[in-house]
Design a protein around this ligand. Structure first.
Ligand code: ADP
Ligand code: MG
Length: 153
């Protein structure tokens, strides 16, 4: 299982996919979220965070670039690099330290920090189709593949 695709007829389906992914994910995983503005990347993240027990709101980290959510076993770091422009900011902000075996990182607009951002274990591409969305996971590493196997069974 190196790919997994399907359709998401409404917002709840995207939230449910995020929740299912929360159960399959493990700390250390790096997920790149691909797709246009409005494709559902943040919605997926909201579903994932809610399933892990997050009760507050989920802010889109458009200006802060990253929002962190500590859980008992590990932290989730949600990046939105749409406005990331200055490569020096990567080091200044200590972004490398967010990645490691004790965190799950979800990254919107990874292409904006190409060459700085750690490689993805998994990519999730979301696309608008009619009034709904489609999704396509692709594993890039063994770790990502293991996650997809758990997600699909
Ligand atoms: P992104 O982070 O990719 O820019 P968002 O997650 O902010 O996109 O979602 C944009 C809009 O799409 C939200 O209003 C959300 O409710 C809606 N949405 C999410 N998933 C679906 C879906 N499967 N079908 C229809 N609308 C959806
Ligand atoms: Mg977003």
């Amino acid at each position: 299982t190196s790919v997994l695709s399907g359709s998401l007829p409404d917002e709840n389906a995207t939230l449910a996919l995020g929740a299912a992914f929360a159960a399959a994910a493990r700390p250390g995983l790096v997920v790149h979220l691909l797709g246009d503005l409005g494709a559902g990347k943040t919605t997926f993240t909201r579903g994932l965070l809610a399933a892990l027990g997050h009760q507050g709101k989920v802010k889109s980290p458009t200006y802060t670039l990253v929002e962190s959510y500590p859980f008992p076993d590990y932290s989730v770091h949600h990046f939105d690099l749409y406005r990331f422009a200055d490569p020096e900011e990567w080091n200044d902000a200590g972004f490398s330290e967010y990645f490691g075996q004790d965190s799950l990182c979800l990254v919107e607009w990874p292409d904006k920090a190409e060459g700085l951002l750690p490689a993805a274990d998994l990519t999730l591409e979301l696309a608008v189709t009619g009034s709904g969305r489609t999704y396509h996971f692709q594993a890039q590493t063994q770790t990502g593949q293991s996650c997809l196997i758990r997600l699909s069974t």
